[in-house]
Design a binder for this molecule. Structure first.
Ligand code: SF4
Length: 483
């Protein structure tokens, strides 16, 4: 293994070669080397999910350590699992575990499906390896289990040989089988992800993407990669850029879209190298979209998120999704409560122009849930065509909605059902006013049962009890209406 100081020379001719960067990962991920640079404690031990860093990642950490303490903290939290996190048992499987006997048994347990979903969710279908499906019309190809950096919060557990990414995908044969299945299924929206698909070489990438680009049935093709910020030199590769440009043009010619989705969590990741990578992609005529996960200690304050989202907006990147942190093994300390997440979403709506605000989502095992900003309400006022709105300043306003026959029919039906239920419930409630002990006493002394017909007329004392059975003089009277 090379000495770490030899590989951190960013003036070397190899520095901009992404293959060279990936080859240096063992030296840059070695805890002894990282401890000698002061990036981890000398007592740090490798965990099941191994640290994964390239020279570029290490150099960025070292630069941030002296120039930007907040950025340094964010990068450290993203790069290393907390030392307090043991090799805990996995909390959450995004993909269904077809390979576990317990999953097989659970699926066959004779209990209602809704109860199973309530406790364990549904997860995505992975009956074809390297192909994941959660939503109608969208299929996901897991093109590889390799990434440049192993993110500490990764729900695919990249860096773990038994992790979800490694389990779900494999060699090119498995990936191509998934691609062919998607084309046969005629899925219109396809996401190629991983791991990071851009860690595949150009030839493999061409092999995976070409059938999808050329398939008449694929309408939107998204390529997910974090190499824009984790290994930007991947996008200095002219051969790759020419290939991506060609794919974008081919899809455009048949009125379809080819997009790149990246993942940035902190503005310190948008280095000059990352900006160059973004501009190279955009120069190919490809739209870049970003997704950001809100993580405690990294970006869970409005100032950090605002700075990041505004910077991305300025760079022409579409802020696509803002994710609540998922329950991933060993990352509890990075998670943000839902209440705080909603509050941040509310504040972002207040501070950012509409073009910069991403769609906020809770990621669950029954799919992504849109999250509305905290404090912003739109409540229909029954039997009017008004909506009661609460603005980001806390002002209330009655907004005139368009005529909505469906809403009024629903309201009328609800009112009708409520009245009927009340008519039934009130007499029952009145009956239950008799103390239990007293009622028991009465029931025990019933000697005779009589049916009362209302047409015969009741004594005055009984009138108020019409239609309610009652006991008097050891007789149970059952009033019947209409006899
Ligand atoms: S780049 Fe994505 S897939 Fe790879 S480790 Fe990070 S979060 Fe996981």
């Amino acid at each position: 293994m090379k000495d770490i100081s030899d590989v951190l020379d960013d003036n070397s001719s190899d520095w901009d070669d992404w293959h060279w960067q990936m080859r240096q990962k063992p030296a840059c991920s070695d805890l002894g080397n990282l401890a000698s640079l002061g990036l981890v404690s000398p007592e740090a031990k490798q965990q099941r999910r191994r640290v994964g860093l390239t020279p570029y990642n290490v150099k960025l950490l070292l630069n941030l350590k002296v120039t930007d303490p907040k950025g340094y903290r964010a990068e450290t939290l993203q790069s290393f699992l907390s030392p307090t996190d043991k090799n805990e048992k996995h909390q959450w499987f995004w993909a269904k575990r077809h390979d576990l006997i317990s999953s097989w048994l659970w699926a066959r347990l004779p209990i209602p499906a809704f109860l199973k979903t309530l406790f364990t969710g549904r997860g995505s279908d992975t009956s074809i390896r390297a192909l994941e499906n959660m939503y109608p019309n969208t299929d996901v190809v897991i093109a590889t289990a390799v990434c440049a950096r192993h993110c500490s919060f990764c729900f695919r557990e990249v860096g773990d040989a038994q992790g979800e990414a490694a389990r779900m995908t494999g060699g090119m044969e498995i990936v191509m089988n998934a691609v062919n299945a998607i084309i046969t299924r005629k899925t219109p929206h396809v996401l190629v992800t991983g791991g990071d698909p851009l860690t595949r070489n150009n030839q493999q990438l061409r092999q995976i993407l070409t059938p999808l680009v050329q398939s008449e049935t694929v309408q939107v093709l998204r390529l997910a990669t974090r190499l824009v910020v984790d290994l930007p030199m991947r996008f200095y590769d002219e051969e790759l850029l020419a290939m991506l440009r060609d794919f974008a043009q081919q899809m455009k010619r048949r009125h379809a879209s080819f997009r790149i989705v990246t993942h940035v969590n902190h503005s310190c990741e948008l280095t000059p190298e990352a900006v160059r990578a973004l501009e190279n992609i955009q120069a190919c005529g490809i739209e870049v979209m970003d997704q950001t996960a809100v993580l405690h200690g990294i970006n869970d304050d409005v100032a950090t998120l605002r700075e990041l989202l505004m910077k991305l907006d300025r760079l022409g990147v579409r802020n696509y999704k803002l994710y609540h942190s998922m329950p991933v093994e060993g990352t509890e300390q990075l998670r943000v409560p839902y209440r705080k997440f909603r509050q941040l979403v509310g504040e972002l709506h207040q501070w950012l122009p509409g073009t910069s605000v991403p769609q906020a989502n809770l990621v669950t095992l029954v799919g992504k849930m849109p999250v509305s900003p905290k404090g912003r309400w739109i409540l229909p006022v029954p039997f009017t065509n008004r909506l009661l709105c609460r603005s980001f300043r806390g002002e209330w306003y009655l907004f005139k909605d368009a005529w909505d026959i469906g809403r009024h029919l629903r309201e009328a039906t609800t009112a009708l059902i409520t009245v009927v239920l009340l008519l039934v419930a009130i007499p029952l409630l009145k009956q239950s006013e008799i103390p239990i002990t007293h009622r028991t006493e009465q029931l025990q002394t019933v000697m005779r049962v009589a049916v009362l017909a209302d047409k015969l007329g009741y004594p005055d004392a009984w009138a108020r009890q019409r239609f309610i059975p009652f006991v008097e003089n050891n007789t149970l009277y059952i009033p019947v209406h209409g006899l």
